[in-house]
Design a binder for this molecule. Structure first.
Ligand code: FES
Length: 106
């Protein structure tokens, strides 16, 4: 299994055991984690799955690809250095991921 620790804009922390191969967005939506919408279902066309990735996690997952990078310019809350679209981060077995969600996605 994998662990995803989501910190909401209001400071609420939610820890979810995720399935390897699923994305951070899918794991959030399936478990009712607030702060991630995932309107397009992960097809990289909505930018409503924006997250701020913690330093340790960013070292592990890296930065966005070209198309994701373009999409990050259209997020509801301005992107930051470690912004990613969480539908593009796939969980790997045995890893722990730390992300924060913005105040709004739409
Ligand atoms: S869910 Fe739409 S871009 Fe990630």
């Amino acid at each position: 299994m994998s662990t995803v620790i989501y910190t909401a804009d209001n400071g609420t922390v939610t820890t979810i055991e995720g399935r390897p191969g699923d994305s951070i967005m899918e794991t959030a939506v399936r478990n009712g984690v607030p702060g991630i919408v995932g309107e397009c279902g992960g097809s990289l066309s909505c930018a409503t799955c924006h997250v701020f990735v913690a330093d340790d996690t960013f070292e592990m997952v890296g930065g966005p690809g070209d198309l994701e990078d373009e999409m990050l310019d259209g997020t509801a809350v301005d992107r930051q250095d470690h912004s990613r679209l969480s539908c593009q981060i796939t969980l790997e077995d045995g890893c722990e991921y730390h992300v924060s969600t913005p105040s709004e996605q739409l």
